[in-house]
Design a binder for this molecule. Structure first.
Ligand code: DMJ
Length: 467
């Protein structure tokens, strides 16, 4: 066969293959993703789908891991973080069950929590995780259900966590034994020290005891006042000495919710100190972390003391930041940064844990069912009303289901390229990922957005005043 004919035939085959891929993509995408509009009917259909998929994960938790912290969705076995159950999944999931009006399931979960959850346990737990998941979950569900047992449990938990603040600096220790109050761990970071104020101040408001709020606020202030002369924080500090152990500055894990809680503390509590801290922090972050590349906006890593660029990384955890920018009024930056996150998502059709936006390389290929990119999509939709964000969410939800749904729940991915599954289903998938997907497509009345502030685990807490 002459060479030019072979080449022609190859090009012809390639063109057909490309056309087929294009057709398949169109078929696989929800109708609304193909046009500029997003109808109420399409949104209602998707909200229903999200609810059904949430139930798929939840009923498998009920069947195979009831009464434990988590379900391992591949082996159908239960996991308890500390060897004894603290009901991570039911507590994290309860307000989502309530918001989705899954009343039977919600009542069953609430009964389990009311009768079986006990914090009188000789185990050393991580203060940060227990605060955002359990304290936040109990407080939010209490406010939605008025079940006094949930507040009683939150109150008991708050008392058991308080010893963490008894360090020489007021920065919390990392771990506390729930029974003995013994504390351990000084190797911490701003997210762990500076994002407790929403939960602890809500506990103070609901119990009338100001001590929780005062301790958490001091921890935030002590973190903030250690910022560098150019206004940045690193991602490691020692709770006992107050000295920085890492100068790496960014908006990713270790720093993320420290920034989030400065703004949200202002929104939830009307605390002007928080507003001032936020203004100073966001100015420095916008000045040094923001990275303009070929017309795109990303936020990378810099040295907290010099502002020198040290890495061009963005990832699943960073992806909350467009939502925070939008919530704090910077819609223009939020929109551009969300476009970058979506670009990262679309490299493989599910975002990686770490992506190098300068080289286009995936540096950590895990996906832990994380919610942050969905959270930002929800905020942008809620605050702009632009149907583009519902279309974005529809694409992400279709990808999420295709890649992570397994017969017994939803599984994390060890590799977003190969879509290799991992035997993990973190409780935040119930608390956050499904909740934000649902709220993105549900009618606005599903949650009174203006009267609540979400903690960093997506537990809505009631606002004091409408600032
Ligand atoms: C959650 O526990 C919280 O959102 C936290 O702030 C960061 N990581 C996970 C979800 O990815």
């Amino acid at each position: 066969m002459p060479v030019d004919r072979t080449l022609g035939a190859l090009l012809h085959d390639a063109a057909i293959a490309l056309a087929c891929i294009f057709c398949l993509t169109l078929v696989a995408m929800p109708a609304a993703a193909q046009t500029g509009k997003f109808s109420k009917v399409e949104a209602a259909k998707l909200a229903g789908q999200v609810k059904r998929e949430f139930l798929h994960a939840w009923t498998n938790y009920e069947t195979y891991a009831w009464g434990h912290d988590e379900l391992r969705p591949l082996s159908r076995t239960a996991k308890d973080w500390y060897g004894q159950p603290l009901l991570m999944t039911p507590v994290d999931a309860l307000d989502t069950l309530i918001i989705m009006h899954l009343d039977g399931e919600a009542n069953k979960a609430r009964k389990l929590i009311d009768t079986k959850l006990s914090f009188d346990r000789d185990i050393s737990v991580k203060n940060f995780e227990i605060t955002i998941r359990l304290l936040g979950g109990l407080l939010s569900s209490y406010e939605m259900s008025n079940d006094p047992r949930l507040l009683e449990l939150a109150h008991d938990l708050g008392d058991r966590l308080l010893p963490v603040f008894a360090s020489p600096t007021g920065l919390p220790y990392v771990n506390v034994n729930l029974r003995t109050g013994a504390v351990s761990g000084t190797d911490t970071n701003p997210a762990e020290t500076g994002s407790l104020i929403l939960e602890f101040c809500t506990l103070s408001r609901l119990t009338g005891n100001p001590v929780y709020c005062a301790k958490a606020k001091r921890a935030l202030v002590e973190t903030f006042r250690r910022r560098s002369p150019i206004g940045l924080v690193g991602d490691g500090l020692d709770a006992a000495t107050g000295k920085w152990t890492s100068p790496d500055s960014h908006v990713s894990g270790g720093i993320d919710s420290y920034l989030e809680y400065q703004w949200k503390c202002w929104k939830l509590l009307g605390d002007r100190d928080c507003l001032d801290m936020w203004k100073a922090s966001i100015a420095a972050v916008n000045k040094y972390d923001a990275d303009e590349r070929g017309g795109e906006l990303w936020y990378g890593h810099v040295d907290m003391n010099t502002g020198r660029r040290t890495a061009t990384e963005w990832g699943a955890l960073d992806a909350f930041f467009p939502g925070l920018l939008a919530f704090s009024g910077d819609i223009a930056r939020a929109r551009r940064l969300q476009d970058s996150s979506f670009e990262m998502w679309n490299v493989t059709g599910v975002e990686p844990e770490i992506y190098n936006y300068a080289t286009g390389k995936i540096e950590d290929p895990h996906y832990e069912l994380r919610p942050e990119i969905v959270e930002s999509t929800y905020y942008l939709w809620r605050l702009t009303g632009d149907p583009k964000y519902r279309r974005m969410g529809a694409k992400m939800f279709a990808d999420f289901v295709a890649a992570c749904r397994v017969p017994y729940g939803y599984a994390a991915l060890d590799d977003v390229v190969t879509k290799q599954k991992a035997d993990r289903m973190e409780s935040f998938a119930f608390a956050e990922t499904f909740k934000y997907f649902y709220l993105l497509f549900a009618p606005r009345t599903a949650l009174d957005f203006d009267r609540v502030v979400f903690n960093t685990e997506a537990h809505p807490l009631k606002r004091l005043a409408p600032q």
